[in-house]
Design a binder for this molecule. Structure first.
Ligand code: NOJ
Ligand code: NOJ
Length: 520
């Protein structure tokens, strides 16, 4: 007889189909079918702690953050320079991106498919924005990246093929040690970046035949992989759990939609139709991650690790930043995303001691420090206790800037049951009424938008406040004293700072920020 003296709250569990067990004595695995409907029993889930009270009421953009993020200021130059130092660094195959300048404790001296795709996507953004005489610098690197991607796809030593998460920098072959594999968000993210590059290159007068011979082959392999593999188990972006993830769904869906449109453009109509059909299925599945009882998008379905049972994970926010496709689906103003952002952000208040520091030296408010998820125990080198990260803190800022800009463009905000807590916490001065539609003519609308802008700046101020004096971001800042910890010069920390800056400039109507940083 087996007894389970642990309470299990598995969202979405409706039926036990079978039981698979190891019969250790005879070393055999048995499967017995059950077909039992699951009915909730036992004690109810623990009641949530009292709702946190808002501690700041920021109003719009602040000049200290405008100054810090200005392209004439040192941080802009540092973020850009350090990111490019990690693209094709000395000793690496051209087109590869090291995850950080750290070869031990932790060893991040590898090309991660995910980190590289997100970084090279920033390069695409700079390529699009740069003045004509500057474009060549970006274009050259993007072609190196496309070539390196094709070599990775053809690497016979890659243990899980396209699902392989990281590659040796000096040989561009798959890492062969034990690792969380496959990680199937990688090919999706890479396809998105390469399609965006191909489009930008064509728009800039690039040749069709170069696209079909040097970029499309890489895209086609990735999209075909995604169309097949989206449903199969994968490690999450934090490389910890093999399960089904919301983040991967959203990345896959965007890759398939863009892939379908691009295939059509090149005349591959059968592929285009197939990818678009799969994209629809992926989206349907992604919608199932919403948990109306928790008022939260679950980051994963399936096994969760180390009591990661809050189901709160910043990856849900990152999904929108990396996977939104400008088509109204899971955007920064999506009710479910905003509801989740509220739960995720406030979950760190009681976890990090430095969350008690709520103002900088001049009395300006700081956003709460943001990590990956509240139960995290990865400390940047090994496992002890988790810390806030620079890239996740910038990500919250970016989400809020994007939400502010999108609400303004749409000229409409309605508070729903899902977003009621979000607005109450982040925009107390607005005090909106449930289910009422506000447009920009109303004072309430203005207050709501100003609150979003203000919180965006509060999070960038948190990044600034806890940044090392020399402006070089590692991966994390210590939860007890805010010291920078973990991998030095993490490429993704810089990439996330730049994309947050771009979102801020769009939200504040500064059309030139991107071009200026691209031309630096
Ligand atoms: C390294 C992974 O990249 C990181 O995300 C994880 O938390 C640690 N290993 C601990 O498992
Ligand atoms: C650990 C992070 O969890 C993972 O997302 C990332 O890809 C690697 N570090 C490399 O930066």
């Amino acid at each position: 007889m087996v007894s389970l003296n642990q309470i299990v709250y598995l969202n979405g569990l409706t039926k036990l189909i079978n039981i698979t067990y190891d019969a250790l004595d005879i070393r055999q695995q048995y499967v017995q079918s059950l077909n039992l409907a699951v009915e909730p029993s036992g004690p109810p889930p623990p009641s949530p702690p009292e709702e946190p009270k808002p501690y700041a009421r920021p109003q719009g953009f602040s000049s200290d953050i405008s100054d810090w993020m200005a392209t004439s200021a040192t941080q802009a130059g540092i973020s850009k320079k350090r990111m490019f130092d990690n693209i094709s660094p000395e000793g690496a195959v051209k087109g590869l991106v090291t995850a950080a300048q750290s070869r031990a404790d932790p060893d991040y001296w590898y090309h991660w498919i995910r980190d590289a795709a997100l970084t090279m996507d920033v390069v695409v953004m700079l390529y699009e924005a740069a003045s004509p005489q500057k474009k060549g610098f970006y274009e050259e690197r993007l072609f190196w990246y496309a070539k390196a991607s094709i070599d990775e796809q053809n690497d016979p030593t890659a243990i899980t093929g396209l699902g392989e998460p990281k590659f040796y920098l000096d040989t561009n072959t798959g890492y062969t040690g034990p690792w969380g594999r496959p990680q199937n968000d990688g090919p999706g993210a890479r396809a998105i970046t390469l399609i965006r590059f191909a489009e930008a290159y064509l728009k800039n007068g690039g040749s069709h035949s170069v696209v079909t011979s040097q970029i499309w082959p890489a895209i086609a392999r990735d999209i075909a992989y995604v169309a097949d593999a989206w449903k199969t188990g994968s490690f999450d972006l934090w490389e910890e759990v093999n399960s089904q993830h919301f983040y991967n769904r959203i990345i896959h869906r965007r890759a398939l939609v863009l892939g379908s449109q691009f295939a059509k453009k090149l005349g591959y109509n059968d592929d285009a139709a197939r990818y678009s059909a799969v994209a629809t299925q992926v989206l349907e599945s992604a919608k199932g991650f919403w948990d109306s009882q928790r008022n939260l998008v679950l980051y994963s379905y399936g096994p969760v690790m180390r009591d990661k049972s809050s189901y709160k994970d910043i990856s849900v926010v990152l999904s929108v930043l990396h996977g939104y496709n400008d088509d109204g689906v899971f955007s920064a103003t999506n009710d479910q995303i905003l509801a989740s952002a509220y739960h995720i952000a406030t979950s760190f208040l009681d976890i990090y001691p430095i969350a008690k520091i709520r103002k900088d030296g001049s009395g300006n408010p700081l956003g709460m420090p943001i990590g990956r998820y509240p139960e995290d125990v990865y400390d940047g080198v090994g496992t002890s206790r988790g810390n806030p990260w620079y890239l996740t803190t910038s990500a919250m800022a970016e989400l809020f800037y994007k939400a502010a800009a999108e609400f303004q463009a749409r000229d409409q905000i309605t508070v729903t049951q899902a977003t009621e807590d979000f607005w109450r916490y982040f925009a107390p001065p607005a005090d909106p009424t449930l289910n009422r539609k506000y447009t920009s003519r109303s004072h309430t609308f203005k207050e709501m938008v100003r609150a979003l802008q203000g919180w965006g700046d509060m999070w960038m101020r948190t990044v600034k406040y806890w940044a090392p004096k020399d402006g070089r971001f590692p991966e994390e800042y210590d939860r007890e004293d805010g010291r920078g910890v973990g991998a030095k010069d993490l490429t993704w920390s810089y990439a996330a700072w730049i994309t947050a800056g771009a979102a801020r400039s769009r939200a504040s109507g500064d059309q030139e920020w991107l071009r200026r940083i691209a031309d630096l």
